[in-house]
Design a protein around this ligand. Sequence first.
Ligand code: FMN
Length: 164
Amino acid sequence: MLKENCPDGVDYKVIRTADKRIEYCTACESCAVKKGSCVIKDDMPEIIREIILCDRLLFLTPVYFSGAPASLKALIDRTQVLYNAPELTKNLPAKKAYLLGVGGSREYADQFTGLTSSLKYLLRSINAKMTEKLFFPDTDALKGDFSESQKDALRDFISKIFEE
Ligand SMILES: Cc1cc2nc3c(=O)[nH]c(=O)nc-3n(C[C@H](O)[C@H](O)[C@H](O)COP(=O)(O)O)c2cc1C
């Protein structure tokens, strides 16, 4: 659906966290000493580069235990390298971020609160703001497809991403 609704000339890149090598942050604090540099050698430098250079960010994720799944949480935690180097990120141009969260369980209070909150603090480090959020609970009952009303909501959501 993203592809279908992507206007000509707009370039987008999909990063599937589960397919990337993203080790978890061990709080070694070396990035607090050597600013902007992490000792772990994996796919994160390339991912951070993409996150910083893009002008819109879309997070598309299920919730696990009402938070981000492990691979996305590892990515969020590893942006500690940015959090610890505000002098390197303070002049980044403002950018918009979007979140589509799905939860397999029926709707319950705070189903998406942990996810939203973790992402909010990652976005702060890169001068981005969560501009639009869309949540679909009860997706396990759908058995792999969205309802027509969800598809309409999704189209509307995607068109907002490509608005000026
Ligand atoms: C480990 C695990 C934890 C989950 N925790 C939640 C949860 O807290 N709330 C919820 O609504 N769904 C939860 N689910 C259901 C997933 O959100 C749902 O199945 C999701 O749509 C799976 O997406 P996927 O097929 O891309 O993995 C959980 C699923 C797994 C595997």
